[in-house]
Structures are given as C-alpha cells and as structure tokens.
Design a protein around this ligand. Sequence first.
Ligand code: SAM
Length: 428
Amino acid sequence: MGRASKLARHAPTHGVGELGELRPTYAAGPHITHSDRGKKEWTTKPRLVYERPVKRCRTRWTVLAGIVLVVAAIIPLLPYIEMRYFYRNPGQSAREQLNPWRRKLMRPQRVVEAMRLQPGMTVLDLGSGYGFFTFLLAQAVGNGGRVFATDCTPDAAKSLASQASQMGVKNVTPVVVQQCGLDAFYKTHTFDAVLACDVVAYLGDAAEQRAFLSELGRSLKPNGRLWVLTNRLDADFDVTEFEDWSVTTEALRSPGAQSLLAKRLRPQVRAALAAGPSALAAESCRRLLVEDLNRLLEDSTFWPEITREFQPPESYLNPRYEPPRRYLLRKLEQTEGFTWTSQKVPERARPLLRLLNRLVIQDLLETVVFEKAFHLDQYEMKNWQYMSDGLLRLSETVPLIEKAGYQLVQEHKILTSHLICEFRHTPH
Ligand SMILES: C[S@@+](CC[C@H](N)C(=O)[O-])C[C@H]1O[C@@H](n2cnc3c(N)ncnc32)[C@H](O)[C@@H]1O
C-alpha cells in the first residue's frame, strides 16, 4: 500500500499540521482503492493524497548546488592536498633502500673503502634509513669504533636495532632524531666522518639544508670529513645493467630499438649483436655498447628523430612514461638557449635532456632497469615531476654545501648513479 493512500485513510484522525510539510490534495486518474469489505478494486474517483510541496524539490536543488560549489572550491586545492597528505618521498621504505639491484649498482663497499676509515673512529650515518651503509661502516671502524645511525623514522631505528642484535654487532647505535632542524643529539657528539647518502634533499628547502649542514659542521672533528652522496637520475648507463647479454641482444632486436638505437651503435657492436648471445661478443662489446648509449644521452637530435619515425611516439614507447616525458619535454623547451636543432646544449638543459633520453632508451630496450632498481610503482611515477625538479638542483649541491662552510676535497668518480663528494669543514 502506497504512503499517500495510507495517509489518506488516516486523514480524519490527523490534523494537517501534524503531517509536517505534507499537504492534502485530490489526485485524479484511475487507481486502486479498498472497498468497504476490504477488497482491492479499480476506481476513477478523485482520491485524497498527501503531497510534499514543491519546496522539497527546491531544497534538493539547493543541496545539489551546495555540493557543486564545495567541489568547485576543493578542485584548486587538490594539488596542495596531494602534496601535503599523499606525496611520499621515494626511497623511504626498506624495500627500496635495501633492494639488491641498488646494492649492485651502488657498490656500497667501494664507497666505504673510499672513505678511508680507521679502526676506532666515530662515524655518523646521517639519515641511515634501514642500514644500507651502516653495517659496512661499523665493520670499517671495528669494535673499538662507533657508528651513530640517525633517522627521523622510528621504524628505521627499530629495524637497525634488530638487525644489529641478530648479527651480534655492538658498535652501531640507532638514534631517532627530529625531522626539522638540527637535533640536540648532534650538538652533544663529535664525528670523524659523516656520511649523508641521498639525504640532503630531505632536510628541507635550500636555506634549511644550508643551516643544518652549517650547524652540523661544528660536530666534525678537526680532520673530519663530510661525505655527500646524491642520486643522479640522469646517470650514465652502467655495464651492470647489461650483464645479461642474451637479454641485451634480444632487447636491441626489438622493433623500436632496431629502428632507432641499433643504427646509432658502432659497427663492431652491431656485428656482435648480430652474432647473437655469445659470451665472447659480450665480453668485448658490453663496454662499447655502454659508451655508445652514454653518448646518446646528450644527443639533442634523438627525440626529434623519434617523433619523425614513430607516429604517434606511443606506438613504440610505453604510455606509462608519457607524463614524465611530457614534463621533461616542456621543461626542456622552457630552458633558455635550448633548441632541438642546436648541437650545443645549455648546461641547465643537460640533466633534463639526459633524463629524457635515458627514459626513452630504457623504454626502447625494455630494460626498465630503473624500475627494477627502485620498484617504482604507479604512484611513484606520479612523483617524477618532483624527482626531476630535484635533479635540476643536483648541480647546486656542491655550491650549497660550500656555502654552509665546507670545502670540496674531491669528487670521487666511483659510481655513475651518484655524485660522491668529500668535504672538509672550513667555518668562515
Ligand atoms: C633515501 S633514504 C636514504 C637512506 C640511506 N642513507 C641509504 O642510502 O639507504 C633517506 C632517509 O633519510 C631519512 N631522513 C629524512 N629526513 C631526515 C632528517 N631530518 N634527519 C634524519 N634522517 C632523515 C628518511 O627517513 C630516510 O630513511
């Protein structure tokens, strides 16, 4: 039974006022009614129904308009909300930091050897994370030495403590520090060496980074050293990435790579690739191939050729990388002095061009080595923009540290993936 007819039946006992907004009215047209004997039958007599006045309809429109207004007001705030609440700096999880690929590409043992640590020294592993370097540093300074591993993530400190107890390592002290500004811990300790791997960028904006490093300098012992390692997204290719020669030859035979990459390689490499995956060819050619690909990283004619040959570029390139490609292309075109036709690339455009070409070459080769190394997921791909902006600041890293009261002792060319700089403290 409908609500209106229910009300109609009870109308005589209700005052209209008690029915709230409902108004009694007579509706025409055939409808089912109940006879005196309670039987259902059709009738065309006007029936008494209670209707909500048109106001209800108006209320609905008002609510809808309100929702539209709220949504319209939120839309401009979305980038801020995303940045504030959803943006996660890549590289902060144990999965990313302790990835076996990262270990292979970054050769942490070689970096620690370059630090020339002596038994008994005290070392600070600044922003140690889950211990990518910590235990190698601990080994280098021996039982008489000490490694303080600071991180603002309690989870990282907890993991270090449990790893240390499992391995029976006694000279590692995990310390949870505040994220903003120099924690009191640093002011009460002194260090022979400080290692900051992929961490300076996390210390705030340029002014905050400078202030942090400047104050930290007071905790370096007279002959102490600051080691700064900064990730290079536009890194040269490394032979490690082409270790599996059969995968390499197969990748270079894929249609996209064939038409664009293979013809840019020197004849010797092309012949070796044609010969197939023989171990001998691999040995002699891997290095030459890497040299050729690295030269291509700074070739500004590469992208125009792709757009000429691939119509649309997505016919061979992964659409997944379209947003970073578009971002890099836009940035390149906005860089003063950069044109696709000139041979000379302005200094500021170089990292962008290298990054674009690297992305495209990886894509053509389907090596996705970068993805493999860092397990970039769909979400992190969205962060590419922030990562590329960070890349542009890479060239400013050394001047920034110098302004914080340090002098560059040496840039160590151990890795292609990282800028490795050794500094001494020279307060003004
Ligand atoms: C990219 S990870 C690098 C971790 C480690 N150094 C490595 O190379 O594997 C950066 C680390 O710095 C930490 N971090 C960020 N801001 C920090 C701060 N103000 N003080 C100490 N650690 C910080 C993060 O929690 C994260 O573990």
